[in-house]
Design a protein around this ligand. Sequence first.
Ligand code: HEC
Length: 239
Amino acid sequence: MTLMNLAWSKTFLWDVGVNHLELLPIYPIKSEVEMDETMENVVKKLQEIPKYQELYKKAFGTDKITGQLTLKALSQFVVMLTTSNSKYDKVLRKEEKFTEMEQKGYDLFKINCASCHKEPLFTNDSFENNGLAVDSTLNDIGRMRITQSEKDKYKFKVPTLRNSQFTFPYMHDGRFNTLNEVVKHYNSGIVKHSTLAKQLKKPMHLSDDDRTELVAFLKTLTDKEFLFNPRFSFPRENN
Ligand code: HEC
């Protein structure tokens, strides 16, 4: 049950409501805050690259590159991206043990974080306001952009924390560079707003040690086999 699909774009994952797998790739292509492209133009660019004609022929038996086949190829790639070999997974499978520090971090995590970052995927798939100060230049209203409802103002999709050691910068706008800064935010940087999640209304009172332990736990969610799998790396010219 610890499989996790990773999407390749933060905004697309975090304030949208796209459900059907084959349509997922269309959103980041079209969205004006992401690629701001048209499917037609993407297909046209692919058609001009001989390498892709070859690859489409191999995969689909035709060198006629279409939007539909492109979306199919992209969604197949995304469903292949599963991560289930972090230390956390191995501890759950009783193959490894947490250090004392990681175990303390896990206990703190369950109390303070797991209501939103729910195990084993480390997200509850909902939208929440996690108390970030509003960035007055971007003024991204989050989920409200989609629903037009005031009650969704500043709510963002709860992201998974799997592999978050490597997903910096953090939050929808990349405002934090380290996990330490993120934990500090939750401990002492929460900004009150009418849509702020109720779990975050009371201060967490985490000591310096508590914060170090929490970060040690978060790092157990790193799956290096997944992250450094050459099949998922940037394609090289000659393969
Ligand atoms: C009320 C729900 C809620 C709680 C409780 C919560 N979070 Fe979050 N968390 C969120 C949301 C929503 C985001 C995304 C915000 C955004 O996109 O700007 C987030 C983002 C993050 C990120 C950034 C991930 C990334 O890849 O950018 C980290 C790390 C994180 N939380 C860790 C924690 C930790 C550690 C705790 C406990 C101390 C915690 N969270 C408690 C809702 C919550």
